[in-house]
Write a protein that binds this ligand. Sequence first.
Ligand SMILES: CC(C)=CCNc1ncnc2c1ncn2[C@@H]1O[C@H](COP(=O)(O)O)[C@@H](O)[C@H]1O
Length: 297
Amino acid sequence: MRSRPGLDRKAHVILDGTLVPIRGPHLRRHANGDWKEISDSSGNHSRSEGHIPRRPLASPPHWRLSGWPGLLLGARVPLRIATRVGAGSATMPPFRTPNPPRETTMRTTEVSNRRIAVFCGARPGSDPGHLRFAREFGTALAQRGLELVYGTGGGVMGALAEAVAAAGSGITGIVPHSLREQQNADSPRGTIFVVRSLHERKALMYRLCSAFAVLPGGIGTLDELMEVATWNNLCLMDKPIVVVNHLGFFDPMLEMLDHLVRQGFLTREERRLIQVAQSPDEAFDLLRIGVPEPGTV
Ligand SMILES: CC(C)=CCNc1ncnc2c1ncn2[C@@H]1O[C@H](COP(=O)(O)O)[C@@H](O)[C@H]1O
């Protein structure tokens, strides 16, 4: 699918393969911190064609910032996403759709303790065991009733997403335009947010999930792991992290963290921010993701 002229640089959402430009009502942040995303009235993601408003918005939507992003970045990250969403819709050229878009309603998706972001390789790696393990992890994730948030790539990420989809669980991908152009644009699964920059992508990924798991990958994976660990460490976020150390893949990195402790650059307590599991089940147990709050069952 070639991107439509004028939309390439705009933030948009792809719902099960259908491109939908983002405007205020499609992705809205509420004062209570929730994001809302498009779904049809039955709660399923809309498969209707993208809809561009015929009139510019009279005024930008109102966005309120709360929590760690506001504190951390002087409210810039969410504000930029929010502003783009509103301003972008006003400047997008209209395009014709064969069928008029269905009316969409909103479904709150942000505050879900069932979404887990998984960082892992865009490449398959040299050991086929990594792909096998990613599939195993994806299946276990879906069997726990969890949903995946990930970077929409191939390699280990692709194997993971395939397994989650095959097991019938929800997937949310977040990708910047620059990477999406390099990828196969015809194979999105679930909902894909296409954003402008890597920074927006990471901010949205971190926001949408309630925990992080890390599978084998390269420097992108390590970057994301170290960033979320740092944000937790600085109390900008409080979301559990687990490294799944299948086949000892992460041993050298864990040794490096121990080295940091010995050298006085990391306290023992901070070191424990990065938990380590050997199996999917152990990882989900450590994250306590999807576990109902006491007294709710
Ligand atoms: C083959 C190649 C370089 C493709 C790049 N294409 C990518 N597509 C999607 N996400 C990516 C990509 N590169 C890095 N990332 C992000 O960084 C991690 C993977 O990077 P890496 O392969 O470990 O370092 C993922 O968690 C993902 O969020």
